[in-house]
Design a protein around this ligand. Structure first.
Ligand code: HXC
Length: 265
């Protein structure tokens, strides 16, 4: 019932679960600057709702692609400075997604290529259908990943595998994507994919919202930092949980052998 600021991106709501839809099927949902801006606005609007949003599904419309990458037609005429500005837009969008306290599941049904795979990697994890294909084909265009592929792909699948995919530009199917841990769960079709994501986010929504948000904060900020830094961030997050009502409720409920009643504060 809610809409973001663009016809290419919209938000559907089912209670505390939001679905962000990239709807530009004629270009296989390619990320034009306008789509990138609309996505950042959509996730910003969800962030503004605080604990009312417990989970987000990000999905592409049209059934052929999640996102086939940055918009090659627009990139064609760019100056280096415009290329830099576009890469920054993508990185800013990734930062907005990572700053959202609720988990975001990238639901991939079809192509997730280049900037599309990078967008999926900025989400918390990827669920995908059997009909999915993944790759970083930028070098085939004389480009390199610019929306975080060199940063997040190695973290997701390891440095050597990321190098192999980025240097070769080859596309992988669902079997390999699951095998290397890029995709967390696979589904036979789109309906099953979305149902699976909703089921997982339903579990998330039963838990203490501040705790899920703190866990995400630590996982996002600590990953890739040295052990001592990461450990410090976890200790801070653990401490901050004690400042929440839901932590006291959750622990009390366990000790009193009853179900917790979380308020999200
Ligand atoms: C703009 C795109 C597009 C893209 C597809 N289309 N991908 N338009 N940008 N990334 C358009 C096609 O031009 C075509 O439009 C329509 O979508 C359907 O695509 P087809 O190629 O006809 O379909 P098909 O033959 O099935 O091939 C599908 C495909 C192929 C394998 C996904 O479209 C493809 O290789 N796309 C490009 C993938 C890619 O290189 N992505 C990385 C981009 S660089 P018309 O009008 O002809 O029907 C990148 C950099 C990120 O992402 C960082 C930037 C800072």
């Amino acid at each position: 019932d809610d809409t973001a600021g663009s016809t290419d991106v919209r938000i559907e709501r089912d209670g505390a679960i939001a679905t962000v839809i990239i709807d530009r099927p004629k270009a296989l949902n390619a990320l034009s600057p306008a789509v990138l801006t609309a996505l950042a606005e959509a996730f910003g609007a969800l962030a503004a709702e605080g604990a009312a949003v417990r989970g987000v599904i990000l999905v592409g419309a049209g059934g052929r692609a999640f996102v086939a990458g940055a918009d090659i037609r627009e990139l064609a005429g760019f100056t280096p400075e415009q290329g830099e500005a576009t890469a920054l837009l993508g990185h800013r969008l990734a930062a907005v997604i990572e700053a959202l306290p609720a988990p975001v599941i990238a639901c991939v049904d079809g192509f997730a290529l280049g900037g599309g795979l990078e967008l999926a990697l900025a989400c918390d994890f990827i669920y995908a259908t059997d009909a999915s294909g993944f790759g970083q084909p930028e070098v085939r265009l004389g480009l390199i990943p610019g929306f975080g592929g060199t940063v997040r792909l190695p973290r997701a699948i390891g440095l050597a595998r990321a190098k192999e995919l980025i240097y070769s530009g080859r596309r992988i199917g669902i079997d390999e994507a699951v095998e290397i841990g890029l995709v967390v769960r696979r589904f036979p079709d789109r309906d099953a994919l979305l149902a699976g994501a909703r089921e997982t986010l339903g579990l998330v929504a039963q838990n203490a919202a501040p705790a899920v948000g703190l866990a995400k904060r630590v996982l996002v900020t600590a990953t890739g930092t040295p052990t001592a830094t990461a450990s410090g961030l976890e200790v801070e997050g653990f401490r901050d949980a004690f400042r929440t009502d839901d932590m006291h409720e959750g622990v009390a409920a366990f000790l009193e052998k009853r179900e917790p009643v979380f308020t999200g504060s």
